[in-house]
Design a protein around this ligand. Structure first.
Ligand SMILES: Cc1cc2nc3c(=O)[nH]c(=O)nc-3n(C[C@H](O)[C@H](O)[C@H](O)COP(=O)(O)OP(=O)(O)OC[C@H]3O[C@@H](n4cnc5c(N)ncnc54)[C@H](O)[C@@H]3O)c2cc1C
Length: 219
């Protein structure tokens, strides 16, 4: 019984291997081992602690550069973090979680599998994407409402280069906001608005204390 409780207490599951999930498991690993080193004593062995990162897609960090992903996978392996891909979590129980028929015993589950639109903007009578974000046109305007703009995490701008909505990140929100300000000024001055063009400035994912894999600027 004691061993069973230890297994449940010492297994930590993070669901969703986007940047947040990857950064979280890395930091958890370093934090837990640092604590163990100082306070662990003989009661808890390193190999009794299990950190599991679970992802529904067939790879971690969907949409992120392959080289960054390979570096991160290697580092997570070195930290003995178990990564399970193509594994949508189907049920969460008090002392376990389920991936179809497979059960992972754990008391600690951390959900990092994406964000949801704000309830207020989700309730507005505008067209939304699958994540409940307000769809916007090339000028970041809400279709049929030329004086209404949406930017940042609550908006869904389809990148013409990829045909996919831009991700909900800080650099997207900042660039969208700048584009909207300029277009409002153009409108006031009676000038033609300019379509928004996103420029990927780069991407960094940390994997523990003071270390990160990054790609600076995309072509
Ligand atoms: C854990 C985590 C890590 C992240 N790391 C990165 C990263 O490394 N790099 C990166 O580029 N992006 C990162 N992001 C994403 C980034 O934080 C967001 O994309 C960005 O903050 C979006 O900006 P925003 O202004 O659209 O929304 P927010 O920053 O969420 O701002 C919205 C604001 O509106 C307020 N608000 C909500 N409802 C109302 C209301 N009814 N009335 C008035 N105010 C309201 C909220 O309180 C909030 O302050 C991360 C996100 C998370 C959750």
């Amino acid at each position: 019984m004691f061993l069973k409780i230890c297994l449940y207490l010492l297994t930590f599951a993070v669901i969703g291997a986007g940047a947040t999930g990857v950064e979280l498991v890395s930091e958890m690993h370093d934090f837990i081992y640092r604590i163990l080193l100082v306070h662990g004593g003989p009661q808890i062995r390193r190999d009794e602690i299990k950190i599991v990162l679970i992802e529904a897609a067939n790879r971690i960090l969907p949409g992120v550069d392959e080289n960054v992903v390979r570096t991160i996978e290697k580092k997570l392996g070195q930290k003995n973090i178990e990564v399970i891909t193509s594994a949508p979590v189907t049920k969460v129980n008090k002392d376990s979680l389920e991936i179809g028929d497979r059960q992972i015993p754990t008391y600690t589950k951390i959900w990092t599998a994406g964000i949801k639109a704000n309830p207020l903007s989700a309730s507005l009578p505008f067209e939304k994407d699958g994540a409940g974000r307000i769809k916007v046109n090339q000028y970041m305007q809400v279709p049929n409402y030329p004086n209404v703009y949406a930017v940042g995490d609550n908006s869904s701008f389809e990148n013409p280069t990829t045909g996919k909505p831009l991700p909900a990140t800080g650099q997207v929100a900042i660039q969208e906001a700048q584009a909207v300000v300029k277009n409002i000024l153009y409108t006031i001055k009676g000038k033609e608005k300019r379509p928004f063009k996103f420029m990927q400035l780069g991407f960094a994912v940390t994997y523990g204390e003071r270390t990160a894999a990054a790609r600076h600027k995309y072509e």
